[in-house]
Design a protein around this ligand. Structure first.
Ligand SMILES: [Ca+2]
Ligand SMILES: [Ca+2]
Ligand SMILES: [Ca+2]
Length: 311
């Protein structure tokens, strides 16, 4: 046996293992990119999807770089191009809001820096087993990730935000990368065609109260872009937290979070009984049928039962 050869193989194997573990150590603790083992990414054609958002409210493409101190959406600023301001692109099936199958990249609405939009579900989303809904963004890669907060409401007034953790340790430039294993509780964790899932049950753990929130009738899902320059923070309140949230900054054109769609895995009963009008043709046919039945019943009526003629 050639011991030199064997020891070379062992050394090489150890070096490979060391590289592997150092890579593992560099990775964060949360679910990895779509396609990797342990990923929570939801494919747009997942059989678990029962419904897609059918309406929206309050699309505010924020055009101000500083939403905290200036009123949002200053009329003279333009951080979201006109072509990316079609809110209807966030409705229906991911990549195919209007039946024209534009695809995951362009069938989106951009929120701009700090902008937001509220998606509507009727029937509302209910809290089923595990994840209940997913938010789809249009990232072209597993690491160019634009992030957003997610809030839910069952009355359109009281919104509750999912807790989030962001472990990205330094600023990310306009075309920079972040590791999806460093992020949880934020939309935009996965590349286009794959949604980031949310479990309504988590709100019962992270919030001290859920007043006016019915977890089984979530009618509103609000998506809020995070200005990822480090001026906003995650939900960690222990240790060194909260942590600043970094994502590519600054971005322009399709600035901020690019929302493709929101999918529900569980739906409750409809909010309102639909008042479906009866089609006129159906009414006409029904009248004809009643007339026919009357005519037939007269034809088959026994002459003995007929009222005798009176003089
Ligand atoms: Ca759930
Ligand atoms: Ca964008
Ligand atoms: Ca879309």
């Amino acid at each position: 046996m050639n011991f030199n050869y064997t020891s070379t193989i062992i050394r090489h194997s150890l070096a490979t293992l060391s590289l592997f573990f150092s890579f593992q150590l560099l990775a964060g603790p949360f679910a990895p990119a779509a396609g990797s083992s342990g990923s929570t990414a939801v494919a747009a054609d997942s059989p678990n999807i029962m419904a897609w958002a059918q309406g929206y409210l309050n699309y505010f493409p924020c055009k101000s770089p500083d939403i905290e101190t200036n009123p949002p959406c200053q009329p003279n600023d333009n951080y979201v191009s006109e072509q990316f301001q079609t809110a209807e692109n966030a409705l229906n099936v991911a990549g195919n809001s209007d039946g024209n199958n534009i695809g995951y990249t362009f069938d989106i609405v951009s929120l701009g820096r700090g902008g937001s939009i509220t998606l509507l579900f009727d029937p509302p989303i209910r809290n089923g087993e595990g994840n209940d809904f997913a938010v789809f963004e249009n990232s072209f890669s597993n690491s160019f990730l634009e992030l957003a907060w997610v809030e839910v409401s069952s009355n359109g007034v009281d919104f509750f935000r999912f807790h989030s953790v962001s472990l990205t340790d330094s600023a990310v430039n306009s075309f920079g990368n972040i590791d999806p294993t460093d992020v949880t509780g934020l939309a935009g964790k996965y590349r286009r065609g794959f949604g980031t899932p949310f479990d309504l049950e988590q709100l019962t753990v992270t919030h001290s109260h859920l007043n006016n929130l019915d977890l089984n009738r979530i009618s509103h899902v609000k998506i809020i872009d995070i200005v990822g320059d480090g001026s906003h923070y995650d939900s960690i309140t222990s240790g060194n937290g909260p942590n600043p949230i970094y994502d590519p900054y600054p971005t322009s054109g399709s600035a901020g979070f690019d929302l493709d769609a929101v999918a529900a895995f569980y739906v409750a009963e409809a909010l309102h009984e639909e008042n479906v009008p009866i089609p006129p043709l159906f009414l006409s046919l029904l009248s004809l049928l009643i007339l026919l039945i009357n005519q037939l019943s007269r034809s088959f009526q026994s002459p003995k039962k007929r009222k005798p003629l009176e003089f």
